[in-house]
Design a protein around this ligand. Structure first.
Ligand code: GLN
Length: 478
């Protein structure tokens, strides 16, 4: 109870300045915490997260809380069921404190496309926290909760974790069930943990990972004890490939490049062998992603028409109703009112890329390039066990700075979308602060299902550095 109270107090304290949550459920959190206390008192075996406050991105269905995807389309949506990840958290005795803010339908890199207002970076509240899981990263960075759940379709766990100075993992595609996750781009979406340390990420991953027959892409494989591999910090025998092209990229800030270079020394000192590696098709990652993801989104979001799901327009334009018929006019008006402009842009781009006459030129072409990108990774992993590079091209930028320039916003995903296109796991680790006191980060990527290897190297990095211990607390006054 005390822990829950203190998390809720911290959330309330920072909600005005940071605004990490779309919904805080004080009452249910306290009931859950009391139940954990009672269970402990009764001498029962406790779950792995007994009493730990966890925040969940508002894109996962929760039967006792709203699930809005930060969209007016789902403003009033209360799912009749829990996502598998939520069920697993409850079984582990976690205390779910609320739902976190995000870019609308997880489309964005700054949490500015939320219909419920922006989230601010706890390190500097004039800056974005990253996105789309901006609220999930910000509430962990603000030290309100130790753990949160995000989703990553093109970087949405790793990029906000990087910009907020916390640790985030995108697991292998299929490692964590997506049952009850509102779909954005189904061949890329993955649920994963955000926390202060690699150790906590490992703990949370163990709880949420695993097979779920109701998700056809879920992998029917045993979940390893991710914690067990964290015992040693000796990286001898591990080969780390430094992504040279990424470091030489013109778009990358000097501070980020330096953070990656400094981390190379840390890994070398821990015993790792360092080699240079390249992903020759990496320049095509962003264009490929921005054809495939909107295409899948245009299909997934067709269900929000005011009849099957979501906001229904109350007033129809009589001329339109006459011209299109009342049903189609309702679809059109409801979608026009319910979706924000970035979501509309994705639907239009995706519909175009899939349309007859253009699908070969865009969607099918993107699938072929996706294969080449995947093959680059396969080749790189014959030369190295892990790949090391940046997460983002720059530290957190100012609120409003890129929101009117979609291309600039999409370029934030330069170094993250590759892992989604290839389906591999990737980890974002805090790597110090820049001259303005903003968090810097590095990224490790591993072959499919090698989360243990990622966590092992990540934990070795954190045992040799103090970056993950830095806190922004003074700036948010708590
Ligand atoms: N920034 C990317 C996009 O806008 C990634 C989002 C995500 O991973 N959900 O699509």
């Amino acid at each position: 109870m005390e822990i829950a109270e203190s998390a809720l107090a911290s959330i309330e304290d920072s909600q005005t300045s940071v605004h990490a949550f779309t919904h805080v459920d004080r009452e249910r959190a306290l009931i859950a915490a009391a139940a954990v206390d009672a269970k402990r008192k009764a001498g029962h075996t406790m779950g792995a997260l007994a009493g730990v406050p966890v925040a969940v991105k508002d894109v996962l269905c929760t039967k006792d809380m709203p699930t809005t995807c930060a969209s007016n389309m789902l403003r009033d949506f209360r799912p009749p069921y829990d996502a598998t990840v939520i069920e697993k958290l409850r079984i582990a005795d976690a205390v779910i404190v609320g739902k976190t803010n995000m870019d609308e339908f997880a489309m964005g890199a700054s949490t500015e496309t939320s219909a419920f207002g922006v989230t601010r970076n706890p390190w500097d509240t004039t800056r974005i926290p990253g996105g789309s899981s901006g609220g999930a990263a910000a509430c962990v960075a603000a030290r309100s909760v130790p753990l949160s759940i995000g989703t990553d379709t093109g970087g949405s766990i790793r990029q906000p974790a990087a910009l907020c100075g916390v640790t985030g993992l995108k697991p292998t595609y299929g490692r964590v069930s997506r049952y009850g996750l509102v779909a954005f781009a189904s061949s890329l979406d993955q649920v994963g943990p955000i926390a202060w340390t690699v150790e906590e990420v490992a703990l949370l991953l163990r709880v949420i990972a695993g097979f779920e027959p109701r998700d056809s892409t879920s992998l029917d494989l045993e979940v390893p004890d991710y914690h067990a591999v964290l015992q040693s910090n000796d990286l001898r025998g591990i080969k780390i490939g430094v992504l040279r092209d990424a470091l030489d990229n013109d778009g990358i800030d000097e501070s980020i490049r330096n953070a990656v270079i400094a981390s190379v020394d840390v890994f070398r000192s821990a015993g790792a062998e360092i080699v240079d590696v390249n992903l020759p098709h990496s320049e095509y990652c962003v264009p490929t992603y921005y054809v495939i993801a909107p295409s899948e989104a245009s299909s997934n979001l067709s269900r929000y028409d005011g009849a099957h799901y979501g906001h229904r327009a109350e007033q129809l334009d009589p001329d339109k109703a006459e011209q299109l018929g009342p049903l189609v006019a309702t679809y059109c008006r409801s979608r026009a009112e319910g979706f924000g402009s970035e979501v509309k842009r994705r639907i239009m781009v995706g519909t175009y890329a899939l349309s007859e006459g253009y699908a070969d030129q865009y969607y099918n072409q993107a699938l072929k390039v996706r294969r080449l990108i995947k093959e680059d990774y396969d080749a790189a992993f014959t030369q190295a066990d892990l790949l090391l590079g940046p997460v983002t091209p720059s530290p957190a930028f100012g609120l409003g700075e890129k929101i009117d320039d979609p291309i600039q916003m999409y370029l934030c995903d330069l170094f993250t979308v590759g892992a989604n296109l290839a389906g591999i796991p990737a980890l974002s680790l805090p790597a110090g602060l820049d001259a303005d006191g903003l968090p810097l980060a590095i990224q490790l990527q591993a072959p499919v299902l090698e989360e243990s290897r990622l966590l092992f190297a990540g934990a070795a990095f954190q045992s040799a550095t103090d970056h993950h211990k830095l806190r922004p607390e003074k700036k948010i006054g708590s």
